[in-house]
Design a protein around this ligand. Structure first.
Ligand code: 5AD
Length: 372
């Protein structure tokens, strides 16, 4: 065994035991010296995931209810300047029916995701949707992913009964953030929104894209440190995938680059599990886009404990392509569910049926004092 390998395995053990790691140590963990060490990293993260959550994966039915967006992020297929997309908002009935279907499927939770809008017609509609979903006979827990909003709006949505909120920071590095967004979007305002989400009482989730141009393992280590410092409850991360109708559509996409993005995304999941431990970590659709057969399963085997299968209406799927290669474009919710169950079984995991699946981190940080 070389000195490098020996040191890596020692560091892995230190992380597994729960010792607080320095930024340098996080970066070292993200840089296994060989393929065997990389596999050890995944195995250790999976071991910790199974100790904390068992052989169970929480499922959330994803409803991409509107692709209308006021933002113009350079990487995103539904950015406002993309005139090629036909814009839609699902009807309230369709959205509530999708949520009912998720509950029937035993998913226990839904994610309502949309483009970013702050106008009152939109924010009120979301409030109504939360109320209607909560009035279902067996309501699923509601996660929102509807962008930056005022504290008042976040509070209104929390009061209506939404439990969780996802707002990705995209990159915690100021240079990378400003290279992939127009001037009107700032990292400072994204961070402030994340704090408001927490203040409104939500189980708070964030995340980044992996494999952005110019992004190094040092940047990614800082992203993990940011997650830890922000004390978040949930993480959703995935590889960056160029979307051809966007300004970043011609970013490198050769097999070597794609392979590197995929492996970095898995390492990020594993190291985030070891550093943050009792948080929910999603194995995202973007992983499945790069490896349609096994992408999300590999995410679970690297320590993720959440999967978000689509339950929305198939008719809208094509108009919600944040990136090229979105999987399951023509699959209905039932097929997606069946395939997912089969593939989870293959890796020795089971769905955690009918459970809201609260992250233990949130339960602990809010226990007793009612403090968030
Ligand atoms: N590649 C990967 N992820 C993307 N997202 C948007 N566009 C892309 C892309 N081209 C992600 C962003 C956003 C989430 C909803 O989808 O991280 O927060």
């Amino acid at each position: 065994m070389t000195v490098k390998v020996k040191k890596y395995i020692e560091l892995l053990e230190t992380a597994y035991c729960g010792k607080k790691l320095s930024l340098r140590q996080i970066e070292s963990l993200l840089t296994p010296p060989d393929a065997e060490c990389e596999q050890k990293l995944f195995n250790t993260a999976l071991k910790l995931k199974r100790e904390l959550f068992g052989n169970l994966v929480n499922l959330r039915g994803l409803i991409e209810f509107s692709n209308i967006c006021t933002r113009d992020c350079f990487y995103c297929g539904i950015r406002r300047s993309n005139a090629k997309v036909s814009r839609y908002t699902m009807s309230e009935d369709e959205i509530v029916c999708s949520a009912a279907l998720a509950s029937e499927f035993g998913y226990g939770a839904v994610v309502l995701q949309s483009g970013e809008r702050e106008d009152p017609a939109f924010t009120r509609q979301v409030t109504r949707l939360i109320e209607k979903i909560n009035a279902l006979p067996n309501p699923p827990a509601i996660t929102l992913s509807c962008g930056e909003q005022s504290l008042q709006t976040y509070r209104e949505w929390a009061a209506a009964g939404a439990k969780r909120y996802l707002l990705r920071i995209e990159s915690s590095s100021p240079e990378i953030f400003s290279a992939i967004h127009p001037e009107e979007s700032t990292l400072a305002s994204r961070k402030a929104a994340l704090r408001r989400i927490r203040k409104a009482g939500f189980q708070t989730g964030t995340g980044v894209m992996i494999g952005l141009p110019g992004q190094t393992l040092h940047h990614l280590a800082k992203d993990i440190k940011f997650f830890r410092d922000a004390d978040v409850d949930m993480i959703g991360m995935g590889p960056f995938l160029p979307q051809s109708d966007t300004p970043m559509g011609d970013a490198p996409d050769d097999p070597e680059t794609v392979k590197c993005r995929f492996s970095r995304a898995l390492r990020m999941i594993a190291v985030t599990r070891l550093v943050l431990r009792d948080v929910n970590i999603a194995s995202t659709t973007a992983l499945q886009a790069l490896d349609p057969e096994n992408g999300r399963e590999k995410g679970v085997l690297a320590g993720a404990n959440v999967i978000m299968p689509n339950v929305g209406n198939v008719n809208y799927r094509r108009d919600y392509q944040l990136y090229n290669g979105k999987p399951a474009l023509d699959e209905n919710g039932e097929n997606i569910r069946r395939q997912l169950l089969e593939s989870l079984q293959k890796i020795g995991e089971l769905p955690r049926w009918d459970s809201s699946g609260d992250p233990p981190h949130f339960v602990k940080r809010t226990a007793g004092a009612g403090k968030v």
